[in-house]
Design a protein around this ligand. Sequence first.
Ligand code: FES
Length: 173
Amino acid sequence: ENPRRRDYLSIGAVAFAGVGVGVVALPLINQMSPSADVLALSTTELDLSAIEPGQAIKASFRKQPLFVRNLTPQEIEAANKVPLSDLRDPQSLAERTKEGKANWLVTLGVCTHLGCVPLGAGEGENKGPFGGYFCPCHGSAYDTAGRIRQGPAPLNLAVPDYSFTSDTTILVG
Ligand code: FES
């Protein structure tokens, strides 16, 4: 065995670790104060494969809560049978989802009244009287398509720009 070779290797490893810390620290500092143009360009990719029908996840997109929900056939049917004339902000489920993917409801988790985060995406949370989302701040209730049905909020939960990048992954933004 050659002891000089071993010394060289361990010095090399320490130097490499030092570089690694520097590389990791930079993006963290950048995230603390993103400029407006950086925010505008940022996208979020999400893997939906673990979300079972009837479940939702809370993610975040440009620092706002994002809900992704896998609707059950019953929830899709409930949304589709509401006449658009009953809606404050008339939109069909089809208009709020992607073609052939009506079960994937992707919305911001931001109440359109004063911006609270509605309940209903987390396990066991109150989905409200229309089975979608319920805002605990002043009682706005959204249906299974995330449309406003009751309470002070004027608009449906916003659907961000997104696209499917595979059968079970989306790119938001
Ligand atoms: Fe949601 Fe007021 S902020 S009902």
